[in-house]
Design a protein around this ligand. Sequence first.
Ligand code: FES
Ligand SMILES: [Fe+2]
Length: 358
Amino acid sequence: MAFYPFIAAEQAYPRNQWYVAAWSHEVGEAPLMRMIAGERIILYRQRSGSVAAVSALCPHRQMPLETAEIVNDQIVCPYHGAAFGSDGVCAHLPFQKHVPAGMNLKSFHVVDHAPFIWLWVGSEETPDLNRLPFARCLQPEAGQTLLFGLKTFHVQARSQIVLENLFDQSHISFTHPLTLGQRCAANGSTRPSEIIDEENYLAFMRLSPPKATDEALHALFPALSAQMRIRSRSELFGVGLVISAGSEIIACDEEGEPTSSVGDLVFFHAITPETQHSTHYFAGIMRNFALNDQDLSNSYAERNDQVVSEDIRVLEAIEPHLAEADARKEPNFVTDAAAVRVRRRIEALMGNAPAHCV
Ligand code: FES
Ligand SMILES: [Fe+2]
């Protein structure tokens, strides 16, 4: 039987892909243990600054290496002192010269691309760097940008439903009535005005009609004239990095035609399978205006924490009921189109081209 919510694939998530393993700032000289895609892994930063990732249990007697000392970039097992290089190869045993077979740790390909440490989940051959997700607006070189409210959540639910929830606008009024309010009309969200569908990238764009600029926004963005529009976007980079509710504030001329972008506010989420039924959820915010306004940062971050927690509550309520669920029998609403498109894309990456969709 297919693994819900897929209709043909029997696995929970695609392999041979890049997933976020950690925030860059989380990984230091001491080992950080994390289970990624069913593999217990330790990550640590070497003296050169590069990050290493190896399996987290010593092959000799299964000692977890999260408490291991790192000496000259080598991991020293705290039980009997076997030392492993950052490539996982056992380089030294304290009581004998001969290293028996089976003493190596598994090593993983990682890329430290702030704010994330990416880990290749899949075959041990050289990973495909072309599939490394890249969101320009999250890069410091994008200019005057601020990343803030960075937080790691844990979800006791499969990664695919966590991912799809980020493309489901119609739950906002009902799951987040106090935190996000009635942002969507009860009869559903507006259709995207543009869909960009490329290899490794899928985006749904919407441009609001012109509306009068309110005073609060005018105070924040003096370049706004009497009319403004908002370009919102939901984007999937690779298989797990999402920008949802990205909002670009656009100044308009008297006819309501866009003239310039005056501010960008982006909520980003990296969704990484921990096991088939649990997920790491890295959430953060980027903005390119009012960079020194700490109160603004605090209030956005606090609200985002609440919003993500509200989503997690719903997803964890659903997960226990999915063992027998069959996505082919589930009705879809018109407002499910974006999430189902994301599902089809992910399922196709697992070598399954679903025959049935909305
Ligand atoms: S358990 Fe690691 S060397 Fe024995
Ligand atoms: Fe939500």
